[in-house]
Design a protein around this ligand. Sequence first.
Ligand SMILES: [Fe+2]
Length: 176
Amino acid sequence: MPVTSSGRIASIRRSKIFNTKNDLSEATRVAVVELLNARLADCIDLQTQIKHAHWNVKGPNFIALHELFDKINEEVEDYVDEIAERAVQLGGIAQGTTRTVAKRSSLPQYPANAVDGRSHVEALSSALAAFGKSARQAIDTVDDLSDLDTADVFTEVSRGIDKWLWFVEAHLQAER
Ligand SMILES: [Fe+2]
């Protein structure tokens, strides 16, 4: 059967977003899902950077930082799940594979030469701050799209990230 131009458009739309009885408009859901997937890539990247620090940190503060980083990892894993599942609730596909994340993440590359506690604290505080900034910007964007529930997800995430930034950054603040 020949594919009409309208049929092609319908099939492109179908591949982009699933139908749902959720009352948010399709245009809103498409835009929000795209934003959720961008922040999902950042959040998964952040989580792997935290695990990297948890495994590799060395020095006199080893056990405190090793345990702190694992605690942060556990909560960031919850943020990953919240962001991904919100995208699916809105009819989207959560794009969370490692290869997709590596292509899409906007976070800075984790420094390969970080060894001592100070360098991991410096690197992780930068990663947390970068993700905190983009999560906070996402609150405003979805607020403008009148999706206050996704705004609530990003508010919870950015509030948590602010707390973890404090926990990590406090290791450096006595020096200033
Ligand atoms: Fe571990």
